[in-house]
Design a protein around this ligand. Structure first.
Ligand SMILES: [Zn+2]
Length: 360
C-alpha cells in the first residue's frame, strides 16, 4: 500500500490523548504566553525530538515528564481551545474521519479553571476544529479519571453531566501497577447507573488479571491496550491456539481492544512491530482497533501506525478497512451515527482506494 493511499484511507481513532498530541510549535508559543519556563528547548523541531527521546528512554520518570510540560501549557480556556482545535485539524489532515480524544480534566485546573470550564473549553475547541476542516472529521471527548488520585467519581459525574454536549464516555488511566481499576468502582457504578459508556486502560503494564478486573468487576465496554490478553492464550507449536475463559469472553463479546503498537514498544508492552500480538489477536478473531495513544510523545500518526503494520504483517486496505469499521462499531456513538459513518464514509472511501489501485 502506497503512503499516499494510506494517507487518503478513512481512519477512526478511539484512543488518543489530548495532552500527548500537541504541536511542538504550539507548546512553545503557549509556554511564552503563560510564562512557563520549564521547556527543555524553545526550538520546535528539537522539542519534537526531545519528546520522542524522552518517551523512548525506557524511564517512566522521563516519560511522565513529557506530560508535565504539555499539561503546564494547557491551563487556560484559550490554550485548551487551541490545542483541541489543532488536534481535530491534525487528525483530519491524516485522514481520520472519527476520533474519540481523551484527557483528564483534573490536570487542567492549576490556574483556577473549574472542571466544567475545562470540558467546555475543550469541546469548543473540537467544534472549532470540526468547522475548520469543513466537517471532514467528527470528534468526541472521553473524560479520564487518574488511577492514582481519588477524583474518579467526580470525573464520572462530570462525564454524565456533559454527555449531551460532546462527551462520549469515560476512561481511567495512569500507572497501572499498584492502582487496580476496582479501586474506582464507585465511578464505574455511577456510569452504569446512568447507562454511560466507558473504557479502561488495562493489560498494558499489568497482565490479564487487570483485564479481568476491568471487564468483569468494573464492566468496561472496551479495553485501552489490552494486548496482555495474550497471557490467557496458549499458542501451540502447530500455530493453533487455546483461549482461556477470559480471552474467550473478550473475543466472543466483541470487546474492542484499543491497540497502540508504537506506544507499546516505548513502554515495553511489546518488543517490536514484527512480534506485536496484534496479528495473533486479529487471526483469533478479536475485535481489533488501531490507535495512536500519544501522537507527539510517540512520534506517530494513524498513517504511521498503518504503515508499521503494513510493513510488519503485509496488511493492505482490506485489513485497514476491517480495523476502521471495527473502531466505528465500537465507538461510543449512537448506532445510526455509526452506521452512517460506515456506510457513507468508510466503505465508499476504501472502495475508491481499491478502484484506484486496480486501475494503476
Ligand atoms: Zn493511553
Amino acid at each position: 500500500m502506497h503512503l499516499s493511499d494510506i494517507l487518503r484511507a478513512p481512519k477512526a481513532v478511539l484512543h488518543d490523548h489530548l495532552d500527548g498530541g500537541l504541536r511542538p510549535a504550539t507548546i512553545i508559543e503557549l509556554a511564552r504566553e503563560c510564562g512557563y519556563r520549564g521547556l527543555p528547548t524553545e526550538e520546535p523541531e528539537a522539542l519534537g525530538v526531545w519528546f520522542r527521546d524522552a518517551a523512548d528512554s525506557g524511564s517512566l520518570e522521563r516519560y511522565l515528564e513529557t506530560f508535565a510540560h504539555t499539561c503546564a501549557v494547557m491551563q487556560t480556556r484559550e490554550a485548551l481551545e487551541r490545542v483541541a482545535a489543532e488536534c481535530a485539524e491534525d487528525l483530519a489532515a491524516d485522514g481520520v474521519v472519527y476520533a474519540e480524544v481523551r484527557y483528564a480534566p483534573e490536570q487542567h485546573q492549576e490556574r483556577g479553571l473549574t472542571l466544567d470550564e475545562v470540558v467546555d473549553a475543550v469541546n469548543a475547541g473540537f467544534r472549532e476544529g470540526e468547522r475548520r476542516t469543513g466537517g471532514r472529521i467528527t470528534v468526541r471527548a472521553l473524560l479520564t479519571g487518574m488511577r492514582h488520585t481519588d477524583r474518579s467519581l467526580e470525573i464520572a459525574e462530570l462525564t454524565v453531566a456533559h454527555r449531551e454536549r460532546g462527551v462520549a464516555g469515560f476512561d481511567i488511566a495512569g500507572g497501572e501497577i499498584g492502582n487496580p481499576p476496582a479501586r474506582h468502582l464507585p465511578a464505574f457504578q455511577h456510569l452504569k447507573r446512568h447507562s454511560c459508556h466507558f473504557t479502561i486502560h488495562a493489560g498494558e503494564a499489568v497482565g490479564a488479571e487487570s483485564i479481568h478486573e476491568a471487564v468483569q468487576i468494573c464492566g468496561a465496554e472496551r479495553i485501552g491496550h489490552g494486548v496482555r490478553i495474550t497471557d490467557d492464550i496458549t499458542v501451540h507449536d502447530d500455530g493453533s491456539a487455546t483461549l482461556g475463559h477470559l480471552a474467550a469472553y473478550v473475543r466472543d463479546n466483541r470487546i474492542a481492544l484499543e491497540v497502540c503498537p508504537t506506544s507499546n514498544l516505548q513502554t515495553g508492552a511489546a518488543k517490536d512491530y514484527a512480534t506485536h500480538p496484534i496479528d495473533l489477536l486479529r487471526r483469533l478473531g478479536f475485535r481489533i482497533t488501531l490507535n495512536t495513544d500519544n501522537r507527539l510523545v510517540s512520534g506517530t500518526t494513524m498513517s504511521r501506525e498503518f504503515q508499521h503494520m503494513a510493513e510488519a504483517f503485509g496488511y493492505g486496505p482490506e485489513v485497514f478497512e476491517e480495523f476502521t469499521v471495527a473502531a466505528v462499531e465500537s465507538a461510543f456513538l449512537p448506532l445510526p451515527e455509526r452506521r452512517r459513518l460506515i456506510d457513507e464514509v468508510i466503505r465508499p472511501g476504501y472502495a475508491a482506494l481499491r478502484e484506484a489501485a486496480s486501475s494503476k
